[in-house]
Write a protein that binds this ligand. Structure first.
Ligand code: ADP
Ligand code: ADP
Ligand code: ZN
Length: 218
């Protein structure tokens, strides 16, 4: 099964992708995480992406398409993947369609997570993650079970994203509405779109996504 999670920054794409990947034995492909790893490693891609990400803009289509194309071709993706944060523009969606067609694979569902802007800002401002295993948390909505210790790997090291500060969030939301939101119409027209209310609890949203997948796959 190959899925896309679509939605503005902070909507819960990463959180839900984590759960879905474990449940359905799929690989979670987050272009944001891949780009942050490239920045950290100081690769050529990382150097190009860094300035754009800091400003809350979108990294060029060429770069992200190449990253996804290479990653999808790896053997662990054979059982299927969840794209979290890709595609983000119409040209990226067209490129994805081309690569899936030539690999004789299909897109099973595009899940749009709908969340009010005010709530997005709340979610982003409390977001943090484990430095070791990348598990995602929130100060209020999803704290670690034991204070200061990662539920998944026991690490005591956590990070907050540099672009999760208020000034940058505005630009990222703008980029979403301008560049990414047209994909909702694009996938609706293709009959692949299911819209899920992302305002509920993490568990509720997860259950609604499962139901939406059944709808489209069935
Ligand atoms: P995205 O990948 O779409 O940017 P995340 O999955 O990182 O969003 O979620 C943003 C923040 O909101 C995280 O701190 C996460 O723990 C929290 N979060 C995710 N889903 C929910 C939810 N349904 N209710 C409350 N908080 C949530
Ligand atoms: P969020 O989970 O908050 O939506 P991501 O982790 O997906 O954020 O992305 C962080 C940043 O990485 C984006 O603001 C953008 O600069 C860059 N990025 C990630 N994916 C893409 C993409 N598909 N196209 C262009 N830029 C991207
Ligand atoms: Zn961890």
């Amino acid at each position: 099964m190959n899925l896309i999670l679509l939605g503005p920054p902070g909507a819960g794409k990463g959180t839900q992708a984590e759960g879905l990947a474990a449940k359905h034995d799929l690989v979670q492909l987050s272009t944001g995480a891949m780009l942050r790893a490239a920045v950290k490693a100081g690769t050529e891609v990382g150097l190009k992406a860094d300035a754009v990400m800091k400003k809350g803009g979108l990294v060029s289509d060429d770069i992200v398409v190449r990253i996804i194309k290479d990653r999808i071709a790896e053997p662990d993706c054979e059982n299927g993947f969840i794209l979290d944060g890709f595609p983000r523009t119409l040209p990226q969606a067209a490129a994805l369609e081309k690569m899936l067609r030539s690999a004789k694979r299909r897109l099973d569902a595009v899940i749009e997570l709908k969340v009010d802007d005010k709530v997005l800002v709340e979610r982003i401002s409390g977001r943090f993650s484990c430095s070791k295993c990348s598990a995602g948390y929130h100060d209020t909505f999803k704290p670690t079970k034991v204070r200061g210790v990662c539920d998944t790997c026991g690490s005591k090291d956590f990070t907050r994203r540099a672009d999760d500060k208020a000034e940058t969030v505005q630009a990222r939301l703008m980029a979403y509405y301008k560049e990414t939101s047209p994909l909702i119409g694009y996938y609706f027209a293709k009959g692949r779109l299911e819209t899920v209310d992302g305002m509920g609890s993490i568990e509720q949203v997860g259950a609604d996504i499962e139901a939406a997948i059944e709808n489209l796959a069935g």
